[in-house]
Ligand binder design. Structure first.
Ligand SMILES: *Cc1c(COP(=O)(O)O)cnc(C)c1O
Ligand SMILES: [Zn+2]
Length: 400
């Protein structure tokens, strides 16, 4: 049955395998690539007109970039105002530590309190557009909450599988959105195994990180926003708390797309991208340092930064590519350092950030001390979530 499609909403042209480039149709729901079982990347027709001027007067959400987003028909858009979060100057911390230009993009101000809202808004919109019966997700917390919320709005059944040790606020919020919740002893890859059991017939869309192509498209909008909000002058360095890595991969993808659109010069100096992980679970750091060849058999421990407890990220090769192409690095932060970061950001800047964001701040401090960052460089910290749901991870620690 032919449906009326607003043809200029999206200029998506195909999906390609991130490993071998094989094309996949975008008019059916895809998972990983059929050739290599690796993430699929959405491609767009950049010859169709889309200019910076078109952005004027558009809504202050990630949907202002709809030409380079995959949703074809406005009526499937499931949105609660995600994206276009503020970039804040951290003058007090900059002054205390000798940064001249320290800024923070506050993703804690998204719906459901984290940047997961971007990816899940996009993935659930596409699930709706492509006729999914429901969605299922293994999660460390924030992604499950966001999926449950967007599924509620889209009127789709939702199943969330998360570690038993996840803070209560994440479980409660999923429950109130009406999701079915399963608790697992283990980390997110153990939850993924349970998702495969629960969905062995494949009726539900598994929206695991990078196992469908569209969460990445939501996350990449951070890259477009960073460029637009900084008047098309990119920062020297961006620090990102890497779990599955969609933000790191997505921001880099956005930079490439903006070069293709002519919004950034071909010879533009792109930011050095830094992946920050928890000392308790640092698969990418160990691969980056050559401690192991890859993280396929890595075993991590839980961390108060739940979103960083991803021992075997499917997107590792793509993350390593971003670190290499950008001249970036990878670094890990201890639990105690994260607490110090939460405390400092709260006391000096009035921001109650997630431990993941605190890890990123502490990484900036370390890299400045080590001379990897120069004082005059513009350094952008991504705070990926609000601290409010992590209370039992951090409560009482101030007494010690
Ligand atoms: C999920 C999450 C991360 C890691 O994001 P990836 O896309 O998996 O790299 C970082 N911070 C917070 C708060 C998260 O919820
Ligand atoms: Zn392939």
């Amino acid at each position: 049955m032919a449906t009326q499609v607003e043809t200029n909403l999206s200029s998506i042209s195909t999906l390609t395998c991130s490993k071998c480039g094989l094309e996949h149709d975008y008019d059916v729901q895809q998972r990983v690539s059929t050739c290599c079982a690796m993430p699929l990347l959405a491609q767009y027709d950049f010859s169709s007109p889309f200019s910076k001027n078109d952005l004027q007067n558009r809504e202050a959400t990630m949907w202002r970039y709809h030409e380079v987003l995959p949703v074809l028909d406005e009526k499937y858009k499931v949105s609660m105002g995600e994206g276009f979060t503020p970039i804040l100057e951290l003058k007090n911390l900059a002054h205390a530590y000798g940064f001249e230009n320290l800024i923070l993009k506050d993703e804690g101000q998204n719906p459901t309190g984290s940047f997961k809202a971007r990816g899940l808004s996009m993935a659930i919109s596409k699930a709706l557009e492509l006729g999914s019966e429901g969605c299922i997700i293994p999660t460390a917390g924030n992604a499950g909450v966001a999926m449950a919320a967007y599924c509620a709005k889209a009127n789709l059944p939702a199943i969330v599988v998360m570690p038993r040790h996840t803070p209560k606020a994440f479980k409660e919020e999923c429950y109130w959105y009406g999701a079915e919740i399963h608790l697992i002893d283990g980390l997110i890859h153990d939850c993924a195994a349970q998702v495969r059991n629960l969905n062995h017939e494949g009726h539900l869309l598994d929206v695991s990180t990078l196992k469908e192509p569209y969460r990445l498209e939501g996350k990449k909008t951070m890259g477009y926003e960073i460029a637009e909000q900084l008047q098309w002058h990119l920062p020297d360095v961006i620090l990102y708390p890497a779990g599955g890595g969609t933000g790191l991969i997505g921001i880099w993808k956005a930079f490439q797309e903006m070069i293709a659109l002519g919004w950034l010069k071909k010879n533009v100096k792109l930011p050095r991208m830094v992946a920050v992980q928890a000392q308790n679970c640092r698969p990418l750091v160990d691969t980056y340092l050559g401690i192991h060849a890859n993280s396929q058999n890595y075993n991590g421990s839980p961390t108060i930064a739940n979103g960083l407890a991803v021992p075997r990220p499917l997107g590792e090769p793509l993350m390593l590519q971003v670190l290499e192409l950008s001249g970036g690095t990878a670094i890990s932060i201890t639990e105690e350092e994260m607490l110090e970061g939460v405390r400092e950001m709260a006391r000096k800047e009035g921001l109650f950030i997630a431990p993941e964001g605190a890890a990123v701040w502490m990484a900036a401090r370390k890299l400045l001390t080590q001379g990897w960052l120069q004082p005059q460089e513009q350094v952008l910290i991504l705070n990926t979530g609000s601290g409010q749901k992590y209370m039992e991870n951090i409560e009482g620690r101030y007494l010690s």
